[in-house]
Design a protein around this ligand. Structure first.
Ligand SMILES: NC(=O)C1=CN([C@@H]2O[C@H](COP(=O)(O)OP(=O)(O)OC[C@H]3O[C@@H](n4cnc5c(N)ncnc54)[C@H](O)[C@@H]3O)[C@@H](O)[C@H]2O)C=CC1
Ligand SMILES: CC(=O)C(=O)O
Ligand SMILES: [Mg+2]
Length: 608
């Protein structure tokens, strides 16, 4: 895939040898100047190397005698951690409480993070598929639910309703000089678990771990943020361990004033930081996106990242039937959940349909349900964001599909090609619904159970391959194992999660130095992801590639190039938009790859 170095342009060679690229992992590691000595270094996870400090460094840094005498290498430390992790895993085999097992694994990884970040991120990068379910969904959901009890050490920043007027100075309390990526939540809709107040901070932490692992963002330059404006979760308000503000959520202008102040504080200190909004309840997700999208380099992952991943999956489902992509407008799609994620997906899918030549009046492929059933124009107090998808009456409508019709009724009458869940309701695609999907008009009915965490998945792959049939296509938001269908055949359990896109979106936006994140940039990333899977894989029912730095580099490069094409790029780290624009497609991918941070021990020199 990479163009050999000898064929790169001289400009490109110069860019790669410029400051930050030269400091990348593959060259000799740069020296770190530290302001501390002795135990203070061992207690700093960014500098700590545990037993890997060479004797010369132990002398220089006042560490002699503070560590066991044998110096070990990084590889040996890595192996020691993995072996102890495997022992933990083996010891817990047969443990009936899966929550205990998941939390024990998370604690093991978290302890490593708190002690030695270099080793932690290497472990994560090398085993991303195995550890993503621990640092991210589903385990991160458990961690958020139990956060106040699990709390040991703070990660990230907390801005609260009580900090009004203080944020501009508070932001300077963060120790890093430069921040590139911020993930912020207000904890109001954490996965499908509802309002978890301050405990939702686990989500920005988990997402940023994926940024480091999959996009090579330097962990010293990431910032998880919790905007604690209170919680409406009565159980938390009454929990004596709860660590957040004990007050109902701020609403209206009071709420927006807090978010505004936070965004301005970010701009003041790190004007080029990319801000990802995550797990805000629907009304604030849409409102803040509209409020900031043209003023800041930000995006809403639940609305925009999810939409790109879902569209890639929907187009994959068309290809799996052996149909050309322009058949997409003929696919009947039932979407269950009309929240920020569901509406984001519908808007994106509709846009794809319009691009294929269908008119605004002519599009007729979506049926949307929320907690009150099928949404029609007869719905009282119809949300304007949902209105374009409400079914009407007339010749295009299926008779008897009335306002509020149940899911099973809708599936039986519509016979959809795709059933897509973003409802946050576990098991809602029950046996009756899935058996109705067997009568789908598609030869390869697709079921996307996208809600998180696992307990909230609308159904499991076992249910789908059993009740819909072996030809079905399955994808879920949280990971499941593939299903053995007998005779050596496999039913693929794809993971349809915005984690395939957000690391590339953030990375591409950062390296381009984009003023804001446009629809075109998001589309470029999503198209890149959609084109990634081969026809052979699609035929087998595989819709997405595994998460990797390779994919992120491709998506990031596509986003970066779109920023340049739209004249939104201002450049980054001394590489200006003109220089970026001269790179070929392959050179851009190469450039993005070279800019990724990789964990290695750096020689330390004490300033003290
Ligand atoms: N796989 C992925 O990448 C992503 C998954 N999600 C998941 O999607 C789910 C929803 O997220 P949001 O849209 O932000 O939440 P939301 O709270 O904005 O929307 C939930 C929607 O589901 C509907 N609903 C609730 N009960 C229902 C029922 N019994 N039948 C039909 N509809 C019902 C609600 O009326 C509402 O329209 C969450 O579980 C979240 O984890 C969200 C973003 C990305
Ligand atoms: C994946 C994700 O962003 C969510 O479930 O909210
Ligand atoms: Mg989310």
């Amino acid at each position: 895939m990479w163009r050999p170095a000898a064929r790169r342009s001289s400009l490109f060679r110069r860019l790669l040898s410029s400051s930050s690229a030269a400091a990348s992992s593959y060259a000799l590691p740069a020296v770190y100047i530290v302001n501390k000595r002795g135990n203070d270094i061992l207690n700093d996870p960014w500098y700590n190397k545990d037993t890997a400090f060479p004797m010369t460094e132990r002398d220089r840094l006042g560490l002699r005698g503070l560590l066991p005498p044998r110096v070990t290498c990084f590889e040996e430390q890595y192996e020691r951690f993995i072996n102890s992790y495997r022992t933990l895993e083996n010891n817990m085999q047969g443990e009936p409480d899966s929550t205990r097992v998941a939390l024990a694994k998370w604690k093991d990884l978290n302890r490593l993070h708190g002690r030695n970040e270099t080793l932690y991120y290497r472990v994560l990068i090398n085993n991303i598929e195995e550890f993503a379910p621990i640092v991210y969904t589903p385990t991160v959901g458990l961690v958020c639910e139990n956060y106040s009890g699990l709390f040991r050490r703070s990660r990230g920043m907390y801005f609260t309703a009580k900090d009004k007027g203080e944020m501009m100075s508070m932001i300077y309390n963060w120790p890093a000089e430069k921040v590139d990526m911020i993930v912020v939540t207000d904890g109001s809709r954490i996965l499908g678990l509802g309002d978890l107040g301050v405990q939702g901070v686990g989500i920005p932490i988990g997402k940023l771990d994926l940024y480091v692992a999959a996009a090579g963002i330097n962990p010293q330059k990431v910032l998880p943020v919790m905007l604690d404006v209170g919680t409406n979760n009565q159980k938390l308000l009454e929990d004596k361990l709860y660590l957040g503000l004990r007050q109902p959520r701020l609403e209206g202008e009071e709420y927006l004033a807090i978010v505004d102040e936070f965004m301005e504080a970010v701009r003041a200190r790190w004007p080029k930081a990319v801000v990802q909004f995550e797990d805000f309840q629907m009304k604030w997700a849409f409102e803040t996106l509209e409020r900031y999208r043209n003023r800041f380099c930000m995006f809403n992952d639940d609305i925009q990242g999810t939409a790109g991943v879902a569209l890639a999956g929907l187009l994959g489902a068309v290809r799996a039937q052996g149909r050309p992509l322009h058949d997409f407008p003929n696919q009947k799609i039932v979407v269950v959940g009309a929240g920020s994620a569901g509406i984001g997906v519908l808007n994106k899918a509709k846009k794809a349909t319009l691009k294929m030549g269908i008119t605004e009046e002519g599009h007729n492929q979506f049926w949307v349900l929320d907690k009150d059933g099928l949404i029609t124009k007869a719905r009282e107090g119809l949300d304007p964001a949902v209105a374009p998808f409400a079914r009407g009456s007339g010749p295009n409508e299926i008779p008897d599909l009335h306002e509020g019709a149940s899911l099973v009724e809708v599936v039986k009458k519509v016979k959809p090609h795709v059933l897509l869940g973003l409802s946050g309701v576990g098991g809602i695609f029950n046996e009756e619904v899935l058996k109705a999907m067997k009568e789908s008009d598609s030869p390869r009915p697709a079921v996307f159970a996208m809600s998180n965490p696992t307990t909230k998945a609308e159904c499991t792959p076992d249910d789908v391959f059993k009740h819909v049939g072996e030809n079905a296509i399955f994808a879920s938001g949280s990971p499941f194992s593939n299903v053995s269908l007998g005779n050596g055949k496999t039913g693929y359990a794809n993971q349809a999660n915005n984690m395939y896109l957000f690391p590339g979106i953030g990375l591409g936006a950062l390296l381009s130095g984009a003023r804001n994140i446009s629809v075109g940039m998001l589309e470029a990333g999503a198209e890149c992801l959609a084109s990634y899977i081969t026809d052979d894989e699609i035929k087998k029912g595989i819709l997405f590639p595994p998460v990797s730095r390779h994919i992120t580099a491709q998506v990031g490069a596509a986003v970066l190039r779109a920023a340049i094409a739209e004249d939104l790029a201002e450049g980054c780290d001394g590489v200006g938009p003109k220089e970026l624009a001269t790179m070929s497609e392959l050179e851009t991918v190469d450039y993005v790859t070279q800019k990724m941070w990789y964990p290695v021990y750096h020689p330390l020199v004490s300033k003290k």
